[in-house]
Write a protein that binds this ligand. Structure first.
Ligand SMILES: *Cc1c(COP(=O)(O)O)cnc(C)c1O
Length: 426
């Protein structure tokens, strides 16, 4: 496998951990040397159409001239400067934009490093909020099949089975899980769907600091697309019991579901919102937590006198500059039309895949297409089959899903769905 001066795959296999992989039985990794538009280029020159947007993030495609230019321009001014006691234009501009485009009332921004850290920050805000109100609360209420990240607090509100809570027992805080929504996005709403949530909140509201959930799309925990009325009911019940609502829009934010933020499907505004992933268009890690001024002020009125968090690379100017360029492209590109076109094509092409024997169900929303199988895939085999077919699609378990860059053409998107059809039809 190792080429002269090429990427040393053997070293990689023997010494480098990839996401959720074993060092005993490492799965093959494909060496990518370049990425441009919707194409990833492998070391041997093979070009693959990207169906993943590098996990929800590269929404405008790779090596976008404006994003690259924004990074280069900022690099020549300053890559980084501490955010303690210092501020700068890229951060101020970004926070202004976030306040302007996020749901009503969200007007105070905390910049963080990654999605998981944003979730940690949101949970800490909720805890400090109740502490400041002299009503300390230590529990969070969340949904089964959720995913909120891999750090400890984020993991504690992620699905207990999927994130193997059993391994960390005694160390991981134990929170309250309700049944996940069963009513699909396009199905008729059934009021029974909210019963377990309603019951658990009624029972525990005095100890619950906040409800945390992924609005409309439960991503890494099962690619489940649920009914907007569920989210409306959650907002109503949180208001009724005076519990904070944290919306984790890290995957859904910036247009992926057909709305700029998934909360808009239910016309609700959360008390705290986390964004990440697509924030820099897939260029680098950056996340943000946005809340209401009165919540921020309550947090700061407590014993600590401030919010107790401040990462070294907070507000990184390079990342903020790229995020600003990313949001400018989002506005100019008419993302809504792009995502709508992708959704229409899914509605036409995914049902064809649903006719295959191996397929249990297909579903879609915005630029998210999901094929659920009866049985888990063989990762090594199917990954190679996709690469042979000229596409980059990375399934997990029983799920083959695609969330392409918004700029994908209809012909390129057909290559993705046809590759899935052909590979499942063998
Ligand atoms: C990916 C993701 C996270 C974690 O983000 P990282 O940047 O990987 O730490 C949290 N919540 C949701 C909904 C996500 O999809």
């Amino acid at each position: 496998m190792r080429k002269e001066n090429g990427i040393d795959i053997t070293f990689d296999q023997n010494h480098i951990w990839h996401p959720y992989t074993s060092t005993i039985t490492p799965l093959p990794c494909y060496p990518v040397t370049e990425a441009c538009g919707v194409y990833l280029t492998l070391e041997d020159g093979t070009q693959l159409i990207d169906g993943m947007s590098s996990w929800w993030s590269a929404i405008h495609g790779y090596n976008h001239p404006q994003l690259t230019a924004a990074a280069k321009t900022q690099l020549d001014k300053m890559s980084h400067v501490m955010f303690g006691g210092i501020t700068h234009q890229p951060a101020v501009e970004l926070c202004k934009k976030l306040v302007a485009i996020t749901p009503q009332g969200l007007d105070t921004v905390f910049l963080a490093d990654s999605g998981s850290v944003a979730v940690e920050v949101a949970l800490k805000m909720a805890l400090q909020y109740w502490h400041a109100k002299d009503e300390p609360r230590a529990k969070f209420l969340t949904l089964r099949h959720g995913y909120h990240g891999d750090t400890f607090a984020a993991m504690s509100v992620t699905d207990p089975d999927n994130s193997m809570h059993s391994i960390y027992k005694g160390f991981l805080p134990e929170h309250i899980f309700t049944d996940s929504p069963q009513c699909g996005f396009w199905e008729e709403w059934n009021e029974d769907d909210i019963a377990d949530f309603s019951h658990k909140l009624a029972q525990h509201h005095q100890e619950v600091a906040a409800v945390i959930l992924e609005p409309i799309v439960q991503g890494a925990g099962g690619m489940r697309l649920y009914h907007p009325t569920y989210l409306c009911r959650v907002r109503e019940l949180c208001d009724h019991y005076g519990v904070l609502l944290i919306a984790d829009e890290i995957a859904t934010g910036f247009g992926r579901t057909g709305k700029l933020f998934a909360c808009e499907h239910a016309n609700i505004s959360p008390d705290i919102m986390c964004v990440g992933k697509a924030l820099t268009g897939g260029y680098m890690t950056l996340s943000a937590v946005i809340t209401h001024k009165h919540i921020a002020d309550t947090v700061c009125s407590g014993e600590a006198g401030c919010f107790m968090h401040g990462p070294t690379f907070m507000g990184n100017p390079l990342a903020c500059a790229v995020a600003n360029a990313n949001l400018a492209i989002l506005e100019k590109n008419q993302w809504q039309q792009q995502v709508e076109d992708i959704e229409k094509q899914f509605a036409y092409e995914l049902p064809i895949i649903a006719t295959l024997e191996k397929v249990k169900q297909v579903r879609w929303l915005g630029a998210i297409g999901v094929v659920e199988l009866h049985q888990a895939v063989n990762m090594t085999e199917i990954q190679q089959a996709f690469v042979n077919a000229g596409v980059w699609i990375r399934p997990f378990g029983r799920l083959i899903y695609i969330m392409p860059p918004y700029i994908i053409t209809s012909a390129q998107l057909s290559c993705l769905t046809q590759a899935i059809y052909q590979i499942l039809n063998t």
